[in-house]
Ligand binder design. Sequence first.
Ligand code: NAD
Length: 449
Amino acid sequence: MTSFAVYNPATEAVIAEVPNGTAADATAAVDAAAKAFPDWATTAPRARAEVLRKAYELIIAGTENLAALITAENGKSEADARAEVAYSAEFFRWFSEEAVRTDGEYGSSPAGGTRTIVTHQPVGIAALVTPWNFPAAMATRKIAPALAAGCTVVLKPASETPLTALAIADLLTAAGVPEGVVNVVTTDSPAEVVTTWLADDRVRKLSFTGSTRVGHTLLRQSADRVLNTSMELGGNAPFIVTADADLDSAVAGAMIAKFRNGGQACTAANRFFVHADVLDDFVARFGAAIDKLEVAPLISAKAVTGVSGLVDDAVADGARITNTGPVPADGWYYPATLLVDVEPGFRIVREEIFGPVAPIISWRDEQEMLAQVNDSEYGLAAYVYAGRLQDALRIAESIEAGMVGVNRGVVSDPAAPFGGFKQSGLGREGARDGLREFQETQFFSVDWT
Ligand code: NAD
C-alpha cells in the first residue's frame, strides 16, 4: 500500500507517513465490520458498557500521549489538546452509562385489541467521517454511541489528522473492543473511500462531521440508498452583548468562544453583535486581551490564505483593524485580530471564518439585530450575554440555532444534544439523542384478543 504524509502545522515538517487507503481497503473494512456485527450487537449491554468505561479510563490515563499527538498533527496548543482529550474521553463515560438504559415503550391501541411494544435495535454498520479540527473528540462523539447501541463502525479520519484516530483505535483494542468492531481507514482520497461505503448495501448509517459543502455532496450520495444520516456541519455563531451585560464576563466568554482552537471550531463565535452603548468599552477590553494573545497555528497554508482574504475584503469594504496579537515567523499562523466598523453584509460575516478574527457589528434595535443574526444559512451555536436572565432567554429563543450559550462562551457538553438548525446539520450528538442516531425504532403489534 502507498502512504501519505502528515504535517506539523507549527513547523511545516513531515511527522509521519500513514497508509493511503483505497476502495479495496474501504471494502475490507466493511467486511471486518460485517463479520463482527452479529456478536457485538448481541453482546450484553452491561458488557458493552464496561468496555466503553475502560476506554474512558485508558484515554484519561493516556492524556499526555494523546494530547501530544493532537498538538503535533493539528497544531493546537497543549492546553487545548488536553481539554480535547478530556472532552473526548467523556463520550465513552457518558455512553457507557447510556448503554445499559435499554428502555422502550408499552402501550394499548386506542381501539383496544392490540398491545404495542416499542424497542430500539442497532442500526447496523455505521460509516463515520470526521474533520481535523477536533481529531479525537469528533471521532469519540460518534464511536462511543455507535458501540453503545451495538453497531460496528468504519471510520475515515481527516487526511490532515489520521494519527489521533489510529491511536484511539489502539486504545479501544486495549479496552477490550473485539476485532472488527472499530475499523479505521486512513486516506488522502476521501471521496474514493467514502463513496465505496455509501454504495455498499451492508453499510446502514453515515455519521458525518465537516463542512456544509461536503455535507451536501454526501447527502446527495446517501439519497440513492435512503441511507440513515447524521450531519454535523458548518456554523456561523453570533455572539450578542446587550447594553447591561457584565462586560468582564462577556470579554472572558468572547475570548473562549472566539479563540479556543484558534477559531477553528464549528461553534466558534464568527460575528459579534455589541450594543452601541457599550461598544467602545467592549472593544477596548477585548482589544487589550487580543494584543497579548498568542494563537496556535492554523491547519494549513491554504487556511491562512483563506482567513487573510476575508480580512482583506472586509478592510476594502470599510472595516478597521484595531488590534492584532503576536505570531511567530514560521509556521501556518494568522494573528488574533479585532475588526470594527463591520456591516452584516460583509463576506467575513456571512462565511465561516475558521480563524482567529473577531468582526464587530454595533446594534441598537433588538428586532433588527435578531433579523441580522438569523439571516444566515447556518444555525449551529450562538452566545448571548445580558444582565437579566429573562432578556438573555428571550433573545436565545429568537435565535435559529441548535445551541445557545447564555452568559457562557462554551456550549459543548457530552450530556447535552449537540447539533444545528438549517444547513448546520441533521440529528444530534451526545445526550440520549446521540444514542438514538445509531438505533432503529421497531415496534411489535401484539394481538390481545
Ligand atoms: P471537510 O468537509 O473538508 O472534511 C470533513 C471530512 O470529510 C474529512 O474527513 C474529509 O477528508 C472528508 N471529505 C472531504 N471531501 C470529501 C468527499 N468529497 N467525499 C467524502 N469525504 C470527503 O471539513 P474540514 O475542513 O475537515 O472541517 C472543518 C469543517 O467542519 C467546518 O465547516 C466546521 O464547521 C465543520 N465542523 C462541524 C462540526 C459540528 O459538529 N457541526 C464540528 C467540527 C467541525
